[in-house]
Every structure is written in structure tokens, then in C-alpha cells.
Design a protein around this ligand. Sequence first.
Ligand code: ZN
Length: 344
Amino acid sequence: MGQIDSGLRRNDELRCVALAAQFDSCESDEPYRVFFASHVGLHRILWPIRAPLALSAGEKTQNRGATVEEKSMAYRRFIDAHVHYPQTAFDPTGSQIPAERQLQELMEVERALGCRRLCMLSTGNPPVHDAVARLIDEHPDFVIGFGFIRLGVDEPSVVDKLGDMGFRGLKTIRPMDNYDSKEYYPFYERAEARNMPFLFHTGQLFRAPGSGSREEDVSTARMMPWMLDPIARAFPKLTLIGAHLGSPSFAEAAWVARWNENVYWDLSGPITVRYGNREVVHDMMYQAVAGAGITHKLVFGSDVTPPEIPDVVTAYDTFLDRLGADSLDKDQVFYGNMARILGI
Ligand SMILES: [Zn+2]
């Protein structure tokens, strides 16, 4: 960990270090299981972040006087750039979890971990613009709306409509043509003019077993990282955030950000990959990010259910350690970059 001189930073990142010790007795290897079954168990949620709390002797000494309030604060601030508005879901016990309850749990988990703002995407079929707009109104200091744009379905005027509804950014996925198709330029032009960052799904798209049809017309190739390069060049004042580091085309993604100052990446998905070999995937990501030298172009995004968010925080932390990031660098990735992009 780098030099900790700033009192502000110490407050933000280290005030809760004793938290880890409080939960040493929690031995469960499956800290998330109970989450859906009943309600949020704070100790279960915070247990996984025990690991990255590596403090110098001096920092430990300073923390000894921490108040209970300070101890209960999360140890890091972050902005979550990739949160989907929850849809009705099934829990492991087979019952249905309504979106409202998931939402409440999501907010509790995010805040408990140190989230200062979350970017809520109005994705859905149809898009859930109104529900997210309500949330923006209810939580103006916490929820930032990213309106879902369906390229090939919506008219470019939807950008202005969403902007007028209070959305600060846009999200897109599953275009009918390549992201860099000129027919989509009017969307990017309006977003640039309104200073709305554009979050693009990139790389491999999840496909549920047994699903698929010609009518769906889905193509991963239309969403590859190189597609962002011409957009970034053509709209230099537009901020592009690519999701998933172009998984698995990590090098491609990293080099797009290397030469386009207006391109950033979140690591959601591959950072907590479940169906591959995480060590191998992280190594591929490391080679790409370190090779292109773009650690400073990463942003934090979770894109998972609430019980999985602590794992994303921990995995980012470990990955940034490997990249040699000090606490200031980490603060940029977890918080600073998105704060700047959003004008916070
Ligand atoms: Zn997503």
C-alpha cells in the first residue's frame, strides 16, 4: 500500500479496518447463501472483504481509536458503473423475489460496502425507464440513471427524451448492426452534445441453454471492442465505457483505451468468472491491461446480484494489487474516474 498522507483518503479507505476483526468468527465458506433465503445479514455480506485489508503497522495503530460508527463504515468508496434494474427473480428455494425487494437489498449491500453512487441501467424488455426515473427522483444523491438504448429499434430522439427524464448516461447492448455503423451516429452525436456517457456491452453475450432464434438476431461480433474505436474518434467529447473488458478479447479492449482518451472499461463479468478458470482469465486480463498500460482507464462495475457484489469488490482489489496500483490509483478506478465522467 502506498504512502497514506491525506486525512481524507484515510477516512475514506481505512476507517473501517477493524471491521475485519469483528467478523473473524464467521467461518462460512458460502457467505451469500442465506441472503436470498431470508434477509440481508450484514456480517455475511462484509465477510468476503476481509481479505484485502492489508494494513501497515502504522495504519493499524491509528485505527485502534476508531469509533463504532467508523468501524461500521465500508473501507473503500466506490461508484458502481454497472447495475441493472432488478427484474423479478427466483431464489434458490424456488420462491419469487419481487424487484422492489431486490432493489432494497441492492441498496443496502452497495451502501454497506462503501458505494457512493450507483449507475442504474433501465435495461429490460421493454426498457424500464419510468421505474429508474422514479428511483432517480427518490434517491437523487445515490442513484444515477443510465437509459437503455436499443440500437436498430429506437429513434435517436430517445436520447433527448431520456436526458429530459433525468438520465445522466446511456447503456446499449444487442445492436441490430455493428456499434460503429454510421446509422447509429445520430445517437452518439446527441449523447455527446448532452454530455451523457455511453456504456456499451462488449464481447461475449450470455446465452441461456435452450434459447436462441433467428428473430432475436443477436451477434457478439457486432459488439467487439474495436467497434468503439471509430466512435471514440468521431465523437471526441463523448465518453465511452466498455463493459466486461471486451471478454474475452481483453487485449483488443485494452489497446482501444490505450489510444482513445475518451474510452474506459469495466471488468464486470470476467473479474468474477464462474464457468471458466478464473486464474487463467485473470492472467489474460492482466497481460492485456498491464501490456497496454491502462490501469488508469478502468472503472468499477459489478453487473451481478447483490450477494455477489462483495466478490466483485474483492476481485477488483486483488487484480489492482497485481497491477501494482497504490491506494490512490485504486481510488481512481473505484471512484475517481466515474466521479469525473459524471461531473460529481
Ligand atoms: Zn450488464
